[in-house]
Design a protein around this ligand. Structure first.
Ligand code: HEC
Length: 115
């Protein structure tokens, strides 16, 4: 990725590096020992969440989940899955998610801003 040949190659390398940096930092901070969450899986699964959550505004009943700390997101989704949090819609969605999918979604949303 790093090249010492010419400025064009070098500046492209820096830009790419900076774009990947937040994801790399996030993985370093939030990854539990052993497994690291699969951001691409999260991006894929998140398409379902977008239908509702991208419409979140300050006044709507749909909460904004973009940029939510991944540890909080995993706690909340597991709570819906265990029926500890009441919301029929979110319970039905969480019911179908496996642990690694929840971690992937949490990692994806933590590094994503509202579209
Ligand atoms: C059919 C609409 C809908 C879909 C699809 C949906 N949600 Fe939700 N979600 C809601 C609503 C409504 C609430 C607010 C529930 C409440 O107020 O109790 C919510 C709440 C949440 C919360 C809690 C936020 C907070 O601040 O307490 C999280 C986290 C969340 N959703 C994540 C997701 C994820 C991840 C997906 C995709 C896998 C998803 N949601 C898909 C409607 C939806």
């Amino acid at each position: 990725m790093w090249t010492t040949r010419g400025n064009a190659g070098k500046s492209m390398g820096v830009t790419k590096f900076l774009r990947l940096l937040p994801a790399a930092m996030l993985l370093a901070i939030s990854a539990p020992a052993g497994a690291s969450p699969d951001i691409e899986l999260g991006r894929y699964l998140a398409r379902e969440c977008m239908t509702c959550h991208r419409t979140a505004t300050a006044t709507s009943t749909i909460p904004n989940i973009f940029g939510m700390a991944s540890s909080h997101m995993t706690d909340v989704i597991r709570a819906y899955r265990d029926k500890k949090l009441e919301n029929a819609v979110m319970q039905a969605i969480a019911e179908r998610l496996k642990d690694d999918e929840i971690e992937a979604l949490a990692a994806y949303f933590a590094m994503t801003t509202k579209p």
